[in-house]
Design a protein around this ligand. Structure first.
Ligand code: FAD
Length: 483
């Protein structure tokens, strides 16, 4: 799959238009669905193009976490105090390059956005899942899905759980409930959806985006629009783009996405001067938990040194593994804390009677692992971790051999991921050029836009669906106002 930038079509060269609309939305995942609903509800004449034969895109594969807070009905019902101000402090702390206006808007509107999502026709369960897990195992409405309780963030903002899961059991496919409801709402609003139609190029008139060129099998044509919303997903399925922007991924990870996550939407935005941000940043993860008991162990690199608080959200830990020599790391636990996962994404290597044998087997310089263990154990016995401030509940000495190790190295553990970078956008999802000026008539939302959470270390589960739906709605409203 190519990474080339599609040519821009000049409106002067278009002899006939197959449709003329106010707002054209490219893609019918969560962000496109939200953009189209809002634009139609604001009175715009809307058309949606979906390249696939069905709606939903990658959103329909997603587990169903939405990152929401500030005092949602689920937070209140389960006794978790939160405020927009604390949420804003947290998101600012985990953003590598915070965009204050966007973070502020997302946080102050979060309760309203929660209510809007529920108004589509479902309820987040008013229940809380207290365990450390990747996703709630059943339909519990709320859990911690980020680093809120992890140092130093727990000193920067009052921790609150914000991972709201749609009421569908299991860890994939939950968000289809939401994309199906968005389609239902679009049908009620009589918004036409053209399936199996791919937008290929943008049409421009005097610096303004005024439409798209489309293709369906052998058929092709042009659609005229006062505004175009790109909601066409990310680029994880485009090998050339991944090689260009996220080379550290190599081929050693499992891509999370759908066939059409080929970055065409991003490249269309670039074709008219749209800037891109954070393109080198993936969400990448190979969780070592559940069982959460394993987090009492130590994560060390091939030098035998710790480098991250082990109780971090799994993609933060994985992000730090990628920074280690050869992206290699091991989780070490003693016999008293050993538990074998049901789904071992990080394979168990072996067990050893002595630390010296383990060092030799793992290729760690002699004495390093012993020194790390001695220091860790002495502090853990006092419930302290001066190096990384791991939470007291996870601090237990690992001094009861034999010891076992799990392999967290890239290429050994089953890492999966998707891309995070995309088009630079304003708080209203207008696509921005390199100077920060809005490109007239063009919007982007969802995985093809660069938003609040910009790398694996700061990622919280639910931020993609949360941001995609929220900024999709803003795109739809702003685009409709142009008409
Ligand atoms: C297994 C899995 C679990 C996940 N779990 C979560 C989670 O719980 N919470 C979370 O926040 N995130 C999660 N994610 C990430 C999240 O699902 C995506 O980042 C998000 O759904 C992207 O939404 P979107 O609207 O931008 O794109 P999509 O939902 O992919 O929608 C884009 C649509 O555009 C269409 N399209 C593409 N190109 C064109 C074109 N040229 N013309 C017309 N149509 C086009 C596609 O066919 C697609 O339907 C998960 C991802 C996976 C794979």
């Amino acid at each position: 799959m190519k990474a080339e930038i599609p040519e821009v079509v000049s409106a002067a060269d278009v002899t006939s238009w197959s449709h003329e609309v106010d707002v054209l939305v490219i893609g019918l995942g969560v962000s496109g669905g939200c953009a189209a609903v809002e634009a139609a509800e604001a009175g715009a004449n809307v058309l949606v193009l979906e390249r696939s034969a069905v709606s939903g895109g990658t959103s329909a594969l997603a587990g169903g976490h939405f990152y929401l807070g500030g005092g949602t009905a689920v937070q209140q019902a389960t006794g978790h105090e939160d405020s927009a101000a604390e949420m804003e402090k947290y998101l600012t702390a985990v953003s590598r390059e915070p965009e204050p206006d966007k973070i502020h808007a997302y946080c102050v509107d979060s309760v309203d956005h929660f209510n809007w999502l529920e108004s589509l026709g479902f309820q987040f369960e008013r229940t809380y899942y207290p365990e450390k897990a990747v996703i709630q195992p059943q339909t519990q409405g709320l859990m911690f899905t980020g680093n809120e309780k992890v140092w130093p963030y727990n000193t920067m903002a009052k921790p609150a759980p914000r991972g709201h899961k749609v009421p569908v059991p299991g860890d994939t496919g939950g968000a289809k409930l939401v994309t199906d409801l968005l389609v239902k709402r679009l049908e009620a609003l009589k918004v036409p959806i053209e399936y199996e139609v791919g937008a290929r190029q943008l049409v421009v008139d005097d610096g303004r985006v005024v439409g798209v060129a489309w293709k369906r099998l052998q058929e092709s044509g042009f659609i005229k629009a006062k505004a175009v919303v790109i909601a066409a997903g990310g680029f994880v399925m485009n090998e050339e783009m991944v090689a260009e922007y996220v080379p550290q991924f190599g081929s050693k990870f499992y891509t999370l996405g759908n066939t059409y996550d080929d970055g065409l939407g991003i490249r269309m935005g670039m074709s008219v001067g749209g800037a891109v941000k954070h393109m080198d940043q993936p969400f990448i993860t190979a969780p070592v938990y559940p069982p959460s008991r394993l987090l009492t162990g130590l994560v060390v690199n091939k030098e035998g040194k710790r480098f991250v608080a082990e109780d971090s959200y799994h993609s933060r830990t994985s992000g730090y593994v990628m920074d280690q020599p050869d992206a290699a790391a091991f989780l070490i636990v003693d016999e008293a804390h050993m538990e074998r996962p049901d789904f071992p994404l990080c394979p168990f290597i072996d067990g050893w009677e002595t630390v010296a044998e383990m060092e030799a087997a793992l290729g760690i310089p002699v004495g390093n692992l012993q020194a790390t263990l001695d220091e860790y154990n002495a502090n853990a016995a006092k419930k302290e971790d001066p190096l990384f401030h791991k939470g007291a509940e996870w601090l237990e000495p690992q001094d009861n051999g034999p010891w076992g190790a799990f392999d967290m190295s890239l290429g050994k553990a089953l890492y999966s991921g998707f891309t995070i970078g995309g088009l630079a956008t304003s708080v209203d999802a207008e696509v921005l050029d390199a100077a920060g000026n809005a490109i007239p008539g063009l919007y982007a939302a969802g995985a093809g836009a660069a938003n609040l959470v910009q790398d694996s270390k700061g990622y919280a589960s639910g931020s993609q669906l949360g941001e995609g739906s929220y900024f999709g709605r803003r795109a739809g409203r702003h685009a409709a106002a142009l008409t």
